[in-house]
Structure formats: C-alpha cells, structure tokens
Write a protein that binds this ligand. Structure first.
Ligand code: NDP
Length: 452
C-alpha cells in the first residue's frame, strides 16, 4: 500500500524544519510537517531568539552610561517594555514567516495543528484526519519543568516571560542553569530588582568552576542578588505580590517569580506507546546515533531525545537524518566538542573540558588571563574578562577553552574551530595576536598558572 508521504515530521522547530527542508528540497522526498503552535519552535518563538533580543535590550542601559563617559551628551530616561515588546513581536512574526517560506519553497506540506502517532506509519491530526508515511520524525522539543509544591502555579516559566504585560519592579528567578542565570541578568539590566535563588553551591553547575565563580561575582557586582543553597518551600499570593518562603527561613515579596529548573521532553500524549516507541527515564525518546528509535520507521531529533539540548545540535541531527534516510549518505551528527555560549552578563563562551573534568583524565596545565577590558575600563567600569585554556600536559592539545567576556559567544565559535581541529597550545602561541583586542590574550598566555 503506498503511503501518503515519504516523511511526516511532527514539530516545526529547528530540528524538524531542517529535516523536512533537506528531505524534500535536497533529496526530493514527499514531506509533510505538523506544528501545533507557531512555526520556528522553542528557539525562534520562545527561546534563543527572543532571549537574545532581550539580552541586547538589557545591555543598552550600561552602554548608554559608557557613551556618556566617551563624551556623548545623552540622557537616558528609562526602558519602555511595551515599545520593546511590540518590536519583539514584529520580529518573531517576520522570522516565523521566513520559516514558513523555507518549507513552502522546499515543497513541504504544512499542517497547523497537533499531530499524534497512531502506529509506526500513521499519524492523526487534531481534526481527526489520518495520514500515513513511510517514515515519521518526532521533533517536538521540550517544555519547562516546574516542581510541584504549594503555590507553584504562581510561578511563570521562560514560556511566559516574553509576554509579561509590564516589567516587574522586583523579581525572583529560581534555578541556577542557563535559563535562570541569563534571565537574572536580563531583568537586572532592564532595571528590575532581581534575585536568584539556587539550591546548589554555585550557579552554572557543570561548567568550569573558575568561570562560574567569575560570572557569579560579576553578576552580583552588577546588582543581581544571588542566594545559593536556597530553595523555595512555598509561594503565597498576597494582593499583587507573591511571597516566597524559602528554605533559609526568609519570606520575601516579589512581583514576579520565574522558575527555570530544567526542561523535559515533550512526549506526553503523543501516542508513542501506540507504536511501541521506547522512552528513557526522563520520557525522552531513546535513539541510536542515526536518530532511529526502537521502531525502525520512527526517528527523533532535538530536545525530545535529551542528548545535547542546543538548537545547532538539533539542526545537525535533523540534517544528518534526512541525508541518511533520503539522500543515500549515512551520516550522524557530531556531539563532540560542541561550543556553546551562556548569554549571562558577562557572557560566557565555552568549548571542551572544564579544568575539573580535564584533571580527572591526566596531568594538565592551566593558562589564564584576567583583566579589565579597554572599552569599559575607559568608562570606569570594574568588570573583568577571564580567558582560560586547559591544556593536556602530555600531548599539548588544548582540551578546553573558556571565555568570560563581552562577545564571548562570538569568540568561542572561532576558537572552537581550532580546538575541533586538535590545536595544541603551541599552535595557539604561533598565531599572531590581533591588537588591540580582548581575544589576543588567548595567543599570548605564556606561563601556566597551575599544573595538576
Ligand atoms: P538547566 O538544566 O541548565 O538548569 C536547571 C537548573 O534548575 C539547575 O540549576 C538545577 O539545579 C535546577 N533545578 C532542577 N530541578 C530543580 C528543583 N526541583 N528544584 C530547584 N531547582 C531545580 O536547565 P535550563 O532550564 O536552564 O535550560 C534547559 C536547557 O536549555 C539547557 O540545559 C541548555 O541545553 C538549553 N539552553 C541553552 C541556552 C544557550 O545555549 N545559551 C540558553 C537556554 C537554554 P542543580 O544544578 O542542582 O541540578
């Protein structure tokens, strides 16, 4: 029996759209894609893109003060959330349109409704239509996880923060990961009295410790009140305020409480059990390196597989899937040495092993430079940049590069190429510095600060 489509993709985010576009546009497959919310997914609609625009918005306050120090005669009277928000909404509309065009131009049929799995070759749309496909790709992403406790429904998540009717005066962010730390900096930069509670000893667990400490102390110096070793016992509504009762015995009033305590795969109610798709402990779809699930006709890419939850990784997974299944080129994504950035203020770019992780594998040398960068030093700011290389003492290969600095995300993309190529410390050293720049420090680090 012929199928309606060669491929049916559930989820119009980064991974799903790339897979659909490549399968149809490059490899000539007959492809359909269903998306229940807005085309573009978490990254474009309620994640990386609007977040980064909010980061930009939040940086202008300090930049305006710097401009005054540079001689500009200007007067900053405050931030207009409504005006910014209108611009943000328009930009997201534009991007959603671009995603739709990409699919249309590749010849992909789109359904603006929820789709669920009926069996290994059939999906059901919300309107009851059943569609068959030779292959089904699940690319439904993840959603914020909020633990259940008294008053937990009073907290918003990163999904809602982009739709705040107005900016709060005082906000609490709970969590110590990427999202919590980024939004603590954003709100602080926008002039909100910002508090961050984290249950562990230091925010950004898993990253290089020296960098975590550097970022946290800079955030605190910039005005974020970070309380580590503190969790919420209950949230109570009192008039317009939310009172957060914490494990340290405090009860503080906030206008807004945001939970950023991780994300979980979006597999609930997707009908995967109907088809016999195996799920892991976090309800993620377990897949092999080719993104194939336990059911041979069903594949999954992106956050729903809980591998590395980053947009560019989902895109690579979707692309490799399409090339493998429809392009006759058996390919996997590459999950090794993935560079990434945390858009805190200060920004953090990182690739490879932290000092702590590298030290577990054998002798290492650590090179660092910490300094006040020229641009903001001139304006009288106290912020410091940290550049760090973790080097294998035996092979001299640079195992990790960590940068806490303005534009660290841009810098780590380029350092990531060298490190992916297996560059040694001596390769860094024989590269001539670009002067005057911050990143020149990476090629002028002469003596190790530590050998372990
Ligand atoms: P993370 O996994 O990074 O952090 C979750 C945080 O919540 C941790 O600090 C964790 O604490 C804490 N936490 C978890 N459960 C509880 C609980 N029950 N009570 C209190 N605290 C809790 O998740 P995020 O939500 O910040 O981000 C999700 C993923 O999205 C990231 O891992 C990343 O892959 C991606 N992302 C990437 C970005 C980027 O590239 N710039 C930006 C935003 C997201 P503990 O450390 O103790 O476990």
């Amino acid at each position: 029996m012929p199928f309606d489509y060669d491929l049916f993709v559930i989820g119009g985010g980064s991974g799903g759209v790339r897979a659909a576009r490549v399968a149809a546009g490059d490899h000539g497959a007959k492809v359909a894609l269903a998306e229940e919310y807005r085309m573009g997914g978490t990254c474009v609609i309620r994640g990386c893109v609007p977040k980064k625009l909010m980061v930009f918005a939040s940086e202008y306050g300090e930049m305006a003060k710097d401009a005054q120090a540079y001689g500009w005669d200007m007067d900053v009277r405050g931030f207009d959330w409504q005006r910014f928000h209108a611009g943000l909404a328009a930009e997201l509309d534009r991007l959603e349109g671009a995603y739709r065009n990409t699919l249309k131009n590749a010849g992909v049929t789109t359904y603006d409704q929820r789709a669920t799995v009926v069996d290994p070759h059939t999906v059901a749309l919300a309107d009851g239509t059943r569609i068959t496909a030779k292959h089904i790709l699940i690319a439904v992403g993840g959603r914020p996880f909020v633990p259940t406790f008294e008053g937990s429904d009073l907290a918003i998540t990163s999904n809602e923060i982009f739709h705040m009717p107005q900016l709060p005066k005082k906000a609490l962010i709970v969590g110590g990961g990427y999202i919590a730390s980024e939004f603590a900096c954003i709100l602080n930069g926008l002039g909100v009295d910002t508090h961050q509670y984290y249950r562990g000893g230091q925010i950004l667990r898993g990253f290089d410790e020296e960098c975590r400490n550097h970022i946290a102390s800079q955030m605190q110096a910039d005005g974020v009140s970070i309380r580590c070793g503190t969790d919420i016992v209950k949230l109570v509504r009192e008039g317009d305020a939310i009172v957060a009762h914490a494990t340290d015995g405090s009860a503080e009033r906030f206008d807004l409480v945001m939970y950023a305590t991780g994300r979980v795969p979006n597999t609930d109610g997707l009908g995967l059990e109907n088809a016999g798709v195996r799920l892991g402990q976090k309800s993620e779809i377990t897949v092999d390196d080719y993104s194939q699930s336990s059911v041979p006709s069903i594949f999954a890419v992106g956050d729903v597989t809980d591998r590395i939850s980053l947009t560019p990784v989902a895109i690579r997974e979707g692309h490799a899937f399409a090339d493998t299944v429809f392009g006759g080129q058996k390919r996997t994504a590459d999950w090794d040495l993935v560079p990434s950035a945390v858009f805190t203020q200060p920004e953090f770019g990182t690739v490879g092993l932290s000092e702590e992780a590298a030290a577990q594998n054998g002798p290492i040398e650590v090179y660092t430079a910490a300094f006040r960068p020229m641009q903001t030093l001139f304006a009288g700011r106290q912020n410091r940049v940290l550049m760090k290389l973790v080097v294998c003492a035996g092979t001299r290969v640079v195992l990790g590069c960590h940068i806490v600095a303005p534009h660290a995300g841009e810098m780590i993309q380029l350092a990531g190429i060298a490190i992916k190529m297996g560059a040694t410390k001596e390769d860094f050293d024989r590269t001539v510095a670009v002067h005057p720049s911050m990143s020149e420090e990476l090629v002028t680090l002469r003596k190790p600060v530590r050998k372990t």
